[in-house]
Ligand binder design. Structure first.
Ligand SMILES: Cc1ncc(COP(=O)(O)O)c(C=O)c1O
Length: 342
C-alpha cells in the first residue's frame, strides 16, 4: 500500500497538498466508543471537493476530452468550483462556473480570485437553490463545443474515485479499526467513494448517509433548506454516485440541529466546521452512545466553518430565518460536554 499518511516535505503545485488530512477525536462514550472527525477542510480550498475536482480533470485529459487550452464548465455551489479553479489555474484551462446566489459569497469571491468566470442563473439575487437550472445551463454551454468539458459532478464516476484516497488514509491511520463511516450526501461522491474503498479492507463497515431535511435522496417530503452544498433539492436528479447498496442507512437532519451543532462544536472545542458537517456531527453524536464498546465511528467533515461567517455563525442571519432554537443548542451542548469528559 502506498503511504497515505505522509506527503513529501516540499511540493511545487498546490494540488500536491491535497489529502493527508488529520483526524480529531471529538467525543468518547462511557463504553469507549469514539467519534473521530476526518478534517477535510485541511485540503487546499478548505474542502474535500478539490479531491474530486482534480480527479475529474485528470480523467478527462486521459480520455482526450480535455486538451491544452481547453475549457472546463461546471454547475457548482462553491466547493467544487474552488477545487476546479485551482486545477484549472495550474493546468492552464479556462474555467466557467455556473452558480446561484444560494452559494456562500466568499466561495464565489475565491473562485473569481483564481480566474474563474462566474455565470449566475438567478440574476435577481434571491436565496433559493437553482440546482436544476444551473445544470441545464452548464450542459447547454458545453454542448457540441470542441475541447470543452462539462465535468457534471453528479454523474461523473471520477467524482467518487477522487475520494478513494480518503478511504485509504482512514484505513492506514486506524489500522483498519473502524466500524462506522458517516457523512453528508450531495452528489454522493464523498461518502460513497470513501466508503467503497474503505470496505475493501473493512468489509463489515457500516455506512451512514446524512442529508438535510427537505432533500430527497432518502425520501420525501421535499422543501427548501439552508445547509449549503449538500443534499438533493426538489427538481434536481439524484446523482449516479448515490450508491444505495453501499449506504446502510440514510437519515435526515434539520437546519436548526445542523447549525446548532456547528456552533456548539466551535464554542466547546475551537474547531470551525461547516453547516453540512454540523448535520453529520449531530447524527454522529446521537448514535455514539449506542455503539458497541470501543467501536470507532469516523465522520467525514466536508468543509470548515470559515466559509459560513455570514450565515451559520452570524446571529442576525440566523435569527432572521428562525434558525436558532436555544433549547436545541442547549441539548447539544449538554450531550457534547458529557461525551468529551469521558
Ligand atoms: C459543504 C458540503 N457539504 C456536503 C457536500 C456533499 O458532498 P458530496 O457531493 O460528495 O456528496 C458538499 C459537496 O457537494 C459540500 O460542498
Amino acid at each position: 500500500m502506498t503511504d497515505a499518511l505522509h506527503r513529501p516535505p516540499v511540493v511545487s503545485r498546490i494540488s500536491d497538498l491535497i489529502g493527508y488530512t488529520p483526524m480529531f477525536e471529538l467525543a468518547r462514550a462511557d463504553n469507549g466508543a469514539r467519534l473521530l472527525l476526518k478534517l477535510e477542510m485541511y485540503n487546499p480550498t478548505g474542502s474535500a471537493k478539490i479531491r474530486m475536482a482534480r480527479q475529474m480533470v485528470l480523467d478527462a485529459e486521459e480520455r482526450g476530452e480535455l486538451r491544452e487550452g481547453g475549457h472546463i464548465i461546471e454547475s457548482t455551489s462553491g466547493n467544487t468550483g474552488l477545487g476546479l479553479a485551482v486545477v484549472a489555474a495550474e493546468r492552464g484551462y479556462r474555467f466557467t462556473a455556473v452558480v446561484d446566489h444560494h452559494a456562500a459569497a466568499d466561495k464565489l469571491r475565491g473562485m473569481k480570485a483564481m480566474g474563474t468566470e462566474l455565470v449566475y442563473v438567478d440574476e435577481d439575487g434571491g436565496e433559493e437553490l437553482h440546482t436544476a437550472a444551473r445544470e441545464d445551463l452548464a450542459e447547454e454551454m458545453a454542448r457540441g463545443k470542441d475541447n470543452t468539458f462539462f465535468t457534471e459532478q453528479h454523474n461523473n464516476p471520477s467524482n467518487a474515485v477522487g475520494y478513494h484516497a480518503v478511504g485509504r488514509e482512514i484505513a492506514q491511520a486506524l489500522d483498519n479499526r473502524v466500524d462506522v463511516l458517516i457523512g453528508a450526501v450531495g452528489t454522493g461522491g464523498g461518502l460513497c467513494g470513501t466508503g467503497a474503498e474503505l470496505k475493501k479492507t473493512v468489509p463489515d463497515l457500516t455506512v451512514v448517509g446524512v442529508e438535510p431535511k427537505g432533500s430527497i435522496a432518502f425520501g420525501p417530503p421535499a422543501h427548501d433548506y439552508y445547509q449549503s452544498g449538500t443534499g438533493t433539492p426538489e427538481g434536481a436528479t439524484i446523482g449516479l454516485l448515490v450508491d444505495y447498496d453501499l449506504i446502510d442507512e440514510g437519515v435526515k437532519v434539520g437546519d436548526i440541529e445542523a447549525f446548532a451543532t456547528a456552533r456548539v462544536v466551535a464554542r466547546r472545542t475551537g474547531l470551525l466546521i461547516g453547516g453540512s458537517a454540523g448535520g453529520v456531527v449531530y447524527e454522529a453524536l446521537e448514535r455514539l452512545p449506542r455503539l458497541a464498546p470501543d467501536a470507532v465511528m469516523v465522520a467525514f467533515i466536508n468543509d470548515g466553518g470559515e466559509k459560513y461567517m455570514d450565515t451559520v455563525f452570524n446571529d442576525d442571519w440566523m435569527d432572521a430565518r428562525s434558525l436558532v432554537d436555544p433549547a436545541v443548542e442547549a441539548g447539544i451542548d449538554e450531550t457534547l460536554t458529557k461525551l468529551r469528559r469521558n
